[in-house]
Write a protein that binds this ligand. Structure first.
Ligand code: GLN
Length: 484
């Protein structure tokens, strides 16, 4: 059952083969057994989860079920959920209980899904290994000595270890796709503006986007049907017609044009990861796709550009944590300025402070033109590269991460090495495009993800492209031995 698709679980609930209470309890029992080691969840509220499951059972009995009614979902701890601790992985919010629901949370509530708990994450979503969390690292279910990726590491481990039916994540520079690659499941970062960010704690607002993390493309499509849609409370939410993301899943891929950017298969890519990705591309050829070589000439600039723009936006967004309105406040201080300084010195971790410093620097008078403005200009060039590329192909494929899961502690003291993890994901955020990672095989026993990048609003096609591959292969069904 823990391996079943959302569609199957939904059918089992409808057929009364299982109740939502039983399903929820099954996951809660697994969490009890495995979470002390894996540390995927930072907050559980079993009574509330079971109460939601009971309500879902009543709704199913009344014949009013929606597709995800009764399904237990793990929520990244970046989403405010009323009455739940909402920490964003930070000491700053360690005792914060959200007074309202994020749009994503209320969408799942309205669908009748069960909130199974809040998942661990890098502090304020800054990181690629989940090691910056105030609540400690998360273990990769495939190898407990390795990281799950970040920043959505808790959701990633929860999906991979089957500690939930599916989970939510957010992706500012790769935080859904990189952990999906390192933990061997399917994750989708939608087009910027497709999922409302209302109630989602802000990191870098021009890049942040929420998306599903699940076992398969089909599951991601069902999650998207709940998550996506216009919300007037987020000024970047796009007012588009509601879509059914499952609509194209079964289309054949005959004639699909896949672009392979030569920059994605160059220096920096682990040879074995590259081989797995090329095997996946070969599978697509069998499915009738055509391969074209393309170029994204400015991809190499995406990391430097991102690490100017994201910290700049973060430095502004994080100014709200001042010890006055909510969150942590230092216990001892002399005057207001001393209170601000101590609160922020004690409340934020090292990586967050590094970003605030960099961000404040690049925005300061005298440096703004040289760094911030220049980065904005290059961002436009990076986006333009994709416009050119999509004239030649329908989707772009490549690796999601340059290597498989690395050892815990391996990169914590080397921020630049950590930042390089995002080599293939960040440009997609800078351009506002949708991207996903799909399990494509293993290298030395560790999962490897294939990245699929689509044009704006092409999520349904990407899900189709991923689903057809998952019909032809079974990489997405594999789970860590010993955790079954
Ligand atoms: N690893 C990137 C960073 O640390 C991206 C994080 C994210 O997508 N939230 O900024």
């Amino acid at each position: 059952m823990i391996n079943s698709s959302l569609q199957t679980l939904s059918q089992m609930l409808a057929d009364k083969q299982i109740s939502s209470v039983e399903l929820t309890q099954t996951f809660l029992d697994r969490i009890d057994a495995l979470n002390p080691e894996i540390n995927a969840y930072v907050a559980l509220d079993k009574e509330r989860s079971i109460a939601q499951a009971k309500a879902a059972d009543a709704r199913i009995a009344a014949g009013q079920a929606a597709p995800l009614t009764g399904i237990p979902i793990a929520q990244k701890d970046i989403f405010c959920a009323k009455g739940w601790p909402t920490t964003c992985g930070s000491k700053m919010l360690a005792h914060f209980v959200a007074p309202y629901d994020a749009h994503v949370i209320s969408q799942f509530d309205a669908a009748g899904a069960v909130n199974l708990g809040k998942t661990n994450m890098d502090e304020f979503a800054m990181g690629s290994s989940n090691e910056t969390s105030y609540f400690g690292g998360v273990k990769n279910p495939w190898d407990f000595t390795r990281v799950p990726g970040g920043s959505s590491g808790g959701s990633a481990a929860a999906v991979a270890a089957r500690l939930c039916a599916a989970a939510t994540g957010t992706d500012t520079g790769g935080s859904i796709r990189q952990p999906a690659s390192l933990c061997g499941f399917t994750g989708l970062k939608p087009t910027y503006g497709v999922v409302s960010r209302y109630g989602m704690i802000a990191f870098a607002s021009s890049l942040d986007q929420a998306g599903p993390m699940a076992k398969s493309a089909e599951d991601c499509a069902l999650m998207m049907n709940v998550m996506a849609g216009f919300d007037e409370r987020d000024s970047t939410s796009l007012n588009r017609k509601k879509e059914d993301y499952t609509r194209d899943l079964n289309k054949p891929l005959q004639g699909l044009k896949i672009g392979l950017p030569k920059e994605y298969f160059a220096e920096g890519l682990d040879i074995n990861v590259g081989k797995v990705v090329m095997d996946a591309v070969a599978e697509y050829k069998k499915l009738g796709a055509e391969i074209v070589e393309i170029s994204l000439p400015n991809n190499g600039l995406s990391i430097p550009v991102y690490y100017v723009l994201a910290p700049a936006e973060a430095s502004s967004n994080l100014s709200r944590y001042d010890g006055v309105r909510y969150g942590y406040r230092t216990p001892e201080y002399t005057d207001l300025m001393d209170m601000y300084c101590k609160t922020r010195a004690e409340g934020f971790g090292a990586e967050v402070k590094r970003r605030i410093l960099v961000g404040t620097y690049v925005l300061s008078a005298g440096y703004y033109d040289a760094y911030y403005l220049k980065a904005q200009k290059i961002r436009r060039l990076i986006a333009q590269d994709f416009v050119e590329a999509f004239k030649q192909c329908d989707v772009i494929m490549g690796p999601a991460a340059p290597s498989t899961a690395f050892k815990s502690g391996e990169k914590v003291d080397d921020p630049v090495a950590m930042y390089l993890e995002d080599l293939y994901t960040i440009a997609v955020n800078l351009a506002g495009l949708p991207g996903m990672s799909v399990p494509a095989g293993f290298s030395n026993g560790l999962p490897v993800g294939l990245q699929i990048i689509g044009n704006y609003f092409d999520e349904a096609r990407m899900l189709n492209v991923a689903h057809q591959y998952q019909q032809a292969t079974d990489w997405h069904l594999k789970m860590p031995e010993g955790l079954a």
